[in-house]
Ligand binder design. Structure first.
Ligand SMILES: [Zn+2]
Length: 133
């Protein structure tokens, strides 16, 4: 089955129940779009809310608000937080260690606020490699 058919099936299923599996938070950087789309189709077959903002978890208050809305409106059970290599929103501060630290902090805050949600953090390279951190 091609990706277009998968999307059509997913839309059909999610339109009926009006709930979805996950919310995926990532950077808006266009260089990641294809990698993210393929990853989400593979890992979130139950549908996903997609949040794309510069720096991803760097803007934690905004991310928290989106997670809360996703949970409330679509009964989302999983949260994926994805930061990436060479992120312009971080500039020279965007070392892998800094991303790991920010992701861990965001995970802690979200888990405290929404203890029934499963939170996973990932680091994405420009080549499209996802690593759980
Ligand atoms: Zn970025």
């Amino acid at each position: 089955m091609g990706w277009y058919d998968k999307i059509s099936l997913m839309k059909k299923a999610t339109n009926q129940v009006h709930s979805c599996q996950a919310i995926v938070v990532s950077c808006m950087d266009f260089r990641l779009s294809d990698h993210l789309t393929l990853w989400m189709l593979k890992n979130c077959p139950g549908g996903f809310d997609r949040v794309a903002i510069a720096g991803s978890v760097k803007n934690l208050p905004f991310v928290l608000e989106q997670v809360e809305l996703s949970k409330k409106l679509h009964h989302t059970k999983e949260v994926y937080l994805i930061n990436h290599e060479d992120c312009g929103a971080y500039g020279a501060d965007g070392t892998p260690e800094r991303h790991k630290k920010d992701l861990a902090f965001a995970k802690r805050i979200i888990s405290e606020k929404f203890p029934d949600m499963k939170v996973k953090t990932l680091y994405l390279t420009l080549a499209g490699e996802f690593t759980e951190v």
